[in-house]
Design a protein around this ligand. Structure first.
Ligand code: NAD
Length: 333
């Protein structure tokens, strides 16, 4: 039987990853830790917790006393807990720094002492190199893992989160080496799907506007391109990387997870109009927000080389599932 810990288990990725691990492994004990700062005790999460293979612990990982409750000797640990959401980076950068840094350091200390035969997964972010663009003017496209990690302006609160991911990667790399445990760093790129939160993500934003029949329909940066990775594909990639013996060695691997089909914001809106059967009479094309990138594309060839992963859920299908979920789960205001 596998014993797995997921921190941030009530969040977007945590909840979908839990479902995937239960379905894939069958014989598994899953411990989910979350303080419900962002993750919610909603119907989806309550339904997940009905599974007898899950233990949920409502703990704050910035409190050292929490760790005695987590137990020991896990096969895999997915450390997802973090303060996430661009609005919060601006509103309380000092808390983003404190919570993300402390929870990672305490986790690593706990792991090396109580679970070091297992394997540790840290979710970093492409934010860790996002400001390379303003610092150096360009990034290679597609962007490989091995680009410089950069904070171009420590006074800009936006980079509070990015800096915890940047330093977090160093912590994981050097703890794994010093204490000789297996570890992995993943950088998620635009995961989407049901339960992804309500603000600052283009797909929930478009879905909300379509449901409200907003016309003229605003599109910011209509010609900018992005890729979107459906959440079931994303968590499958995480699990495949953790299962692969190819990611057991030193130095540890840092791996992008994302889709490679690019689409413009206008194309995305049009796809959603088609899926939902509603189309505005007028598009209100607005300039992109300041600092927005014209094209963002992660190089995911390393993920494919290590695991043979391919995305399975086409954008149309993923968008439909996501839209349907948001229709029956509107934001509670
Ligand atoms: N979703 C994405 O596309 C994406 C992109 C890049 C990086 N990531 C990273 O992946 C991880 C998971 O992302 P997500 O989208 O599921 O975010 P999320 O905000 O939905 O989940 C994070 C969870 O951590 C919990 N948490 C926060 N502080 C805690 C604390 N002190 N103790 C215990 N739990 C705490 C929150 O309540 C939340 O449920 C995060 O580390 C995030 O930075 C996600």
């Amino acid at each position: 039987m596998k014993k797995i810990l997921i921190t941030g288990g009530a969040g977007f990725i945590g909840c979908h990853l839990s479902r995937h691990l239960l379905d894939t492994y069958g014989d598994v004990e899953l411990v989910l830790v979350d303080n419900l700062q962002r993750g919610r005790m909603d119907d989806d999460f309550k339904k997940l917790l009905e599974d007898k293979r899950i233990i949920f612990l409502n703990l704050d990982l910035t409190d050292p006393a929490s760790y005695a409750r987590i137990g020991a000797d896990y096969d895999h640990v997915y450390h997802l807990a973090a303060i996430n959401g661009t609005k919060l980076f601006y509103e309380m950068p000092q808390e983003v720094l404190r919570i993300n840094a402390l929870s990672l350091i305490y986790m690593l200390e706990w792991f090396r002492k109580h679970s070091a035969k297992g394997k540790f997964c840290f979710t970093s972010s492409n934010e860790a190199y996002a400001s390379a663009l303003s610092a150096f003017g360009k990034l290679p496209i597609p962007t490989p893992e091995k680009v410089p990690l950069v904070i171009d302006d420590p006074y800009n609160a936006r980079w509070s989160y990015a800096s915890t991911k940047l330093v977090g990667e160093l912590f994981v790399i050097h703890y794994a080496k010093a204490y000789n445990f297996r570890a992995l760093i993943v950088r998620p790129h635009n995961f989407y799907g049901p339960r992804a939160g309500y603000h600052g993500h283009v797909i929930p934003d478009f879905s909300e506007r379509i449901a409200a029949k907003v016309d003229p329909f605003p599109i910011y940066g209509a010609d900018e391109t992005r890729t979107f990775c459906y959440i079931s594909d994303a968590v499958r990639a995480m699990r495949m990387l953790m299962d692969s013996p190819k990611t057991d060695g030193q130095p540890i691997e840092t791996v992008h997870i994302g889709d490679f089909h690019e689409i413009t914001m206008r194309g995305l809106a049009e796809k959603l109009f088609e899926i939902t059967g509603w189309k505005p009479k007028t598009l209100d094309i607005k300039t992109a927000p300041p600092g927005s990138v014209k094209r963002r594309l992660a190089d995911v060839s390393k993920l494919q080389l290590l695991t043979g992963w391919k995305p399975e859920v086409p954008l149309d299908e993923g968008l439909k599932r996501t839209y349907d979920w948001y229709l029956v789960n509107p934001e509670k205001k």
